[in-house]
Design a protein around this ligand. Sequence first.
Ligand code: NAP
Length: 340
Amino acid sequence: MRAYLIERPGEDAQPVLTEVPTPPCGPDDVLVEVHHASINWADTQQRRGVYPSMPQPPFIPGLDCAGAVAEFGENVKDLNKGDLVAAISPTDTGAFAEFACFPRNFIMPLLPAMSTAQGAALLTPGLTAYHLLFSIHRLEPGEFVLVHAISGGVGLYATQLAVDWGAKVIGTTYSPAKIATAQEYGAHDVIDRNQQEFGAAVLEITGGRGVDVVIDSLGGKTLWRNFEVVNDYANVISIGEAEDWPQGEVRLLRDKLYEHNASFTCFELLRTRPGSKRWNQGVAHIWERVADGRLRVPIGQVFPFERAKEMYETLEGRSVIGKLLLQMKQAEQTDNGDDK
Ligand SMILES: NC(=O)c1ccc[n+]([C@@H]2O[C@H](COP(=O)([O-])OP(=O)(O)OC[C@H]3O[C@@H](n4cnc5c(N)ncnc54)[C@H](OP(=O)(O)O)[C@@H]3O)[C@@H](O)[C@H]2O)c1
């Protein structure tokens, strides 16, 4: 089969399309014929070799995909060949390939109303957004949510899920062209960080009250500043470090949390354990809302399989709004559409 390989991660590393053996399917595994895969910020970090949990090189990149069940092991009793499913990769399996093999727990059957493009674009960012709002925080209607990098994958899902729950979302971005999209997806206010200091802006928007939950994917100097703009009992949740590795001192953090009985959590999606009750609640919450139209799947661009390098460059160039997909098969050959 054809698959991309990252041979030696580093600043100049590129995904190279290569011929490799189709992965063997063990007794608890499912082999998926990949129709669509999507790129996450984590893929760009893996390419550069700076992701906290790196696969052993050379590796096939790609965390999220959707396609048809091609084969399954003897212990898998609830799937049939041809079923359309979405799949999320454990660290040692990649989805930028014609076929990918996953443990059954990492496979989620699509609802009939869902396309493989939607399935691939939903998993990591959609489930992350869900668990931040409803597993780590217990979002309540009327609360304020602060979402950094609001027009990215996690950002637009978090915005929609929070607004659907009756909360108000304040977003930030360094890319003014993305503001209108965040507003269209329901953001109450979007702060252009080139123009405004976000802490002062958040306090102004909330009338000095501060926000109840912060979703911080930037780290760097941003992470520390969040503690200045929280309401009592707030959650500051760190999920990434697109800006830089966080700075500051633990003692100071402790004192900041005391000021508001606030909490600080670091979140990693796969640690919610695929297949667990909590994991399945997240999948059901999201699938249901996509199927009934409450959760839109923001697909920015679809690249043919041969153009993965361009897909990486587009995400790293920060011009993208929503999700970027890699398409392995033409939609009309495969399932119910590509980018509904
Ligand atoms: N912990 C987890 O389980 C988990 C799961 C999913 C995602 N994440 C994290 O969540 C974040 C969003 O992931 P995603 O895949 O949905 O990506 P994304 O939001 O679609 O893209 C990353 C965004 O980060 C901002 N950015 C990029 N470089 C930056 C820089 N040098 N300084 C400041 N901002 C920068 C850009 O937004 P603007 O142009 O709007 O500023 C960019 O669009 C990433 O940090 C990712 O690692 C974590």
